[in-house]
Design a binder for this molecule. Sequence first.
Ligand code: ZN
Length: 248
Amino acid sequence: MNIFAQQIGQGKALLGKARKIVAFCGAGISTESGLADFRSKGGLWDRYRIVTFQEFLAGQESRVEYWSMRRELIPGLLNAQPNPAHHALAKLESDGKLDYVITQNIDGLHQAAGSRRVIELHGTNITASCLNCRRQWHIAEIQHRLEAGDLDPHCEECNGLIKPDTVSFGQPMPAKAMDMAYQAAAGCDLLLMIGSSLEVQPANQFPLIAHQSGAGLIFINRTATPYDSLATLLFSESAGQVMQMLIE
Ligand SMILES: [Zn+2]
């Protein structure tokens, strides 16, 4: 038996034994759905400047810049389909094995695959809200307005600013989501880390918290992370392939 097959066998045994699994996911789980990692070379962040939340609030010019980038980003998000890794997590949840998915992604693909217990650390790009009255729209409606030439969309009800429900640079991490994620990580007996380089604070703390609470760790990521030495099992193969084999 080769090493990969052996590791899959070990992973299946860990999953079988676990009673409360938490998944922690980064951009890498969605690259197999055709969504480029924002930080990768040639990604949108290479071509657009980051507009901070403060700049977004302060001036129309910044908002037009922000929305021009979104206008390019949104169609890809709306067309993306969940891949086998998202489906495998949804299956673990419906089987009663998985407690929560903690995600850094804003693409809504976990929910599209059927996951219900999803903690979104960076919010979601699938909806947008009025910053004043909190009225909410599906992002497709806002995309329609952008394409019709409305490059600084305002709320029809109160004329407030509309912004996607993501956590922007300069906005604090959502306290409730962070609390839930800390509790989930501390309470699980197995943490599956999928597609994160674990370089960004404070999100990279969740595998560490799970480990300190005695949980096993399975890492599935293309590249090495600073916490690899803590992992019970390490996979650098395709997340979709590995997850599908682990739940078979
Ligand atoms: Zn409003």
